[in-house]
Design a protein around this ligand. Structure first.
Ligand code: GAP
Length: 517
């Protein structure tokens, strides 16, 4: 299936099974804003718990906070967001469509990369087991020509972005003969900078309202509370502060479903360290965060590190953890070494000392910070895109059929257990309710008695429920039920009294965390 169709199918599935709805859909929606439905909110809460437990519960020296979305406007002058949190935008005069100028160039670069990938595939086919990819990449003339083109354009782009040279960015677009995907024309406006922060007013206009912003990242709520937490928690370096919360960005081009939204959620952790130790901690957190992702059991090859060519205004080193979404490898999480930039800026703008007194050396200094910053919605999208599968299955009569199965990691699944009476009579529904009443304290259960048992299994497969138990007439005789595994579709007969233990073993967050710690 073409990637585009596959992505459309995934969006339709997310809606059909109550995961994600377009915001304000009855009014034709609001661009790049989404609502999470009855299943979506459960999956989202489970991802949050997995992150929070891994960061806060598993580390004695990391604590959490929940800061307000509104912050004093001076915060954003100090952090550099009012002056530097911009994207370069360009309009096509014929289609009137607006684009991020750097994205247009990146997409153009990707075309050369695709040509290289095609050459590699051809080479592999031609040489079979003798194919040496490294040597091929270093010597094949077509590869080298395309690689040189990539290096040249990328080099110009990085330089232009660093120098804030908007004329040069436009010139690259013209030199590369990039056309608007809608109109096909190369009739472009000049490139302009566009600040991504949403503004609003605090207080009524008559009272002399002041302009404030919806926070574009949660990190600043952590920086301004650094001293409060350090003092009240008697925290010693190195230590971290974690937070999960909403962030808002007026993205110029908001496409690709929940990948780039105007209102989204971040899970961020600022790790405060002694100056000079930041490189070591940076490497530490890079590894720990990758382990967290891979413990989920999605294919390992879908993750990779990407080092930033252009560093943000606050960073001295930065890597992304990228994931292979249906539209290619893209940023999922950022690991940034932010130096002492933010705390020093807040110290200067607020006039309050934000220093750490080291009892051993008797010195005071502004700590350095290593940040891990992951998008909750993008993590959701990794699961949606990697775990939703069409699978061929054999029916009892030998014919083949397809089923849609959402292989969500069991610990994150919205519903852990579906409890299904085989028929709606003979006391089976009552027995099913009895079992739910026992298990509901530890597991999210769903009762379903509608349709044939086969259809009910399929429905639970599509929702992503890892286990279904079926209550039949034998249950009334010997207190056993069948438990069906979503992934293998195998069924096993077990005692009702064993269910809690069996399930705990299969779906608990503890089991997931133990893969890391
Ligand atoms: N405090 C650092 C920071 O905010 P960032 O790379 O701009 O860094 C961190 O954002 C993460 O937040 C990204 O890796 C991504 O997962 C998520 N994110 C950023 N913008 C987003 C958007 N418009 N929609 C959804 N997620 C977004």
């Amino acid at each position: 299936m073409a990637q585009d169709d596959q992505f459309k199918k995934l969006i339709a599935h997310a809606k059909e099974y109550g995961y994600i709805f377009q915001s304000s859909e009855i009014y034709d929606g609001l661009s790049a804003v989404y609502d999470y439905g009855q299943m979506g909110v459960e999956l989202k809460n489970n991802i949050k718990k997995y992150w929070w437990d891994a960061m806060v519960k598993m580390h004695e020296n990391i604590v959490g906070i929940d800061a307000a979305i509104f912050m004093h406007p001076e915060t954003w002058n100090a952090s550099g967001h009012t002056s530097a949190f911009n994207d370069p935008l360009i309009d096509n005069k014929d289609s009137k469509k607006r684009y991020r100028a750097d994205d247009l160039i990146e997409e153009h670069i990707q075309k050369y990369q695709n040509k290289i990938d095609k050459e590699v595939t051809k080479g592999r086919k031609k040489f079979g087991d003798d194919f040496d990819e490294k040597q091929f990449l270093e010597t094949n003339p077509n590869v080298l020509r395309n690689k040189a083109k990539i290096d040249e354009i990328q080099g110009r782009l990085v330089k232009a972005l660093e120098a804030d040279d908007l004329n040069e960015i436009k010139q690259i677009i013209l030199d590369c003969e990039i056309a608007c995907p809608i109109s096909g024309s190369k009739n472009w406006t000049d490139v302009r900078q566009f600040n991504l922060m949403f503004e609003t007013q605090l207080g009524s206009v008559a009272d002399g309202a002041s302009k404030i912003y919806l926070r574009p990242e949660t990190a600043q709520g952590i920086f301004v509370n650094y001293l409060n937490v350090q003092k009240t928690g008697r925290m010693k370096l190195p230590f971290g502060i974690a937070q999960i919360g909403k962030a808002f960005r007026n993205e110029i081009v908001a496409r690709q479903f929940i990948f780039r939204m105007r209102e989204f959620e971040q899970m961020e952790m600022q790790f405060f360290v002694k100056p000079g130790t930041e490189k070591e901690w940076f490497n530490h957190w890079k590894e720990v965060r990758m382990k967290w992702h891979k413990a989920l059991g999605l294919p390992d090859e879908k993750y990779r590190f990407h080092e930033h060519d252009k560093l943000a205004h606050y960073a001295n080193a930065a890597f992304d953890i990228e994931f292979e979404f249906p539209f290619g490898f893209k940023e999922l999480e950022g690991i940034h070494s932010r130096t002492n930039f933010d705390l020093s800026q807040h110290q200067e703008f607020s006039g309050k000392k934000l220093q750490y007194f080291d009892p051993e050396t008797k010195e005071s200094f502004v700590p350095y910070v290593v940040e891990t910053s992951i998008g909750l919605d993008r993590t959701f999208l990794t699961i949606l895109s990697a775990c939703l599968q069409d699978e061929e299955v054999k029916k009892e009569n030998g014919e083949s059929d397809t089923r849609v199965v959402f292989r969500i990691p069991p610990a994150l699944a919205p519903i852990k257990l579906a409890v299904l009476p085989l028929v709606k009579k003979d006391g089976l529904p009552e027995k099913a309710r009895e079992i739910i009443d026992e298990l509901k304290f530890d597991f999210t259960c769903q009762y379903d008695e509608k349709d044939s048992i086969g259809r009910r299994y399929r429905r639970q497969d599509a929702i992503g429920t890892p286990y279904c138990i079926t209550i039949d007439h034998q249950t009334l005789e010997d207190n056993t039920v069948t438990i069906r595994d979503r992934d293998t579709m195998e069924q096993e007969r077990v005692q009702i009294s064993e269910l809690a233990k069996i399930l705990d073993d299969k779906v608990s967050m503890k089991k997931l965390l133990k893969k890391i710690f």
